[in-house]
Write a protein that binds this ligand. Structure first.
Ligand SMILES: Nc1ncnc2c1ncn2[C@@H]1O[C@H](COP(=O)(O)OP(=O)(O)OP(=O)(O)O)[C@@H](O)[C@H]1O
Ligand SMILES: [Mg+2]
Length: 230
């Protein structure tokens, strides 16, 4: 097994929107604000695992998930990302690691947990990639094995950030949500409609899970620049 190995699938150029010390001040500060708000929202919860989802595809869940995890880990927290998008996984691409072992192979018992974690993909940050795409994602995510896995991981990590498919398209995030401290919903400015957000919020409420907040992605910084003067 070659965990931690960088894949040759992509060029060596970093992901365009992945946070690093060369990212813009506005971007770094925005993620710090999200971090603070999430830390407040999670303060009363013993379970520090939470879901990043959205109402529809391509609103920026996966890159937001990666950047939130990177920002939480900057504060000396031990952080884990789980790619629970078992339909269209991308975290292995963002962090450029192998994806032949991961959540799917752990949940079906092919891999031991310790063998399938990519350690230190960034400072203080570990990653469980999706693993090979299984035929039954919702069943795996809703299984008792997933509860057991999250219980174990909660003992080791300060925060667990979980990437998922969109809520209004498949049930995966909703099935998983009650096993976590809640859901942070990503929406994309000028793309996501109020009705779509409302539908996703209703689904989260129906599952008796907590909404941790809504993150607006892809905002026009120039148009909103007056807010950054403060
Ligand atoms: N703030 C942004 N500015 C410009 N492009 C962005 C921004 N956020 C995300 N993108 C781009 O939008 C595309 C979708 O992003 P991402 O994969 O994070 O979305 P997603 O919600 O996880 O999609 P999916 O539903 O397919 O899982 C990617 O090409 C990403 O680079
Ligand atoms: Mg995604």
């Amino acid at each position: 097994m070659a965990l931690g190995r960088r894949t040759n699938e992509h060029s060596d150029a970093p992901h365009k929107y992945k946070l690093d010390d060369k990212s813009s001040f506005v971007m770094q500060e925005s993620y710090k604000t999200i971090r603070t708000n999430l830390q407040f929202a999670l303060a009363g919860s013993k379970n520090k695992s939470f879901i990043i989802s959205s109402s529809f595809p391509a609103e920026g869940k996966s890159i937001t998930c990666a950047n939130i995890a990177i920002t939480l880990a900057q504060n000396e927290n031990r952080v884990l990302i789980i790619d629970a998008d078992l339909r269209k996984p991308t975290q292995h691409k963002i962090f450029r690691v192998d994806n032949s072992h991961g959540l799917s192979t752990i949940l079906v018992g092919f891999d031991k947990l310790g063998e399938a974690i990519h350690k230190d993909v960034d400072k203080n940050l570990d990653l469980i990639t999706s693993g090979p795409i299984p035929p039954n994602p919702s069943e795996l995510l809703g299984s008792n094995r997933m509860d057991v896995l999250l219980d174990k991981l909660n003992e080791f990590y300060d925060y667990i950030v979980i990437d998922t498919p969109p809520i209004n398209v498949v049930t995966d995030a909703i099935v998983l949500a009650p096993k976590t401290a809640g859901v942070a919903l990503v929406s994309r400015q000028k793309v996501t409609t109020y009705d779509e957000i409302k539908k996703a919020l209703d689904a989260i409420e129906f599952a008796k899970a907590k909404v941790l907040g809504i993150i607006v992605n892809d905002i026009n910084v120039k148009r909103n620049s007056k807010y950054y003067n403060y």
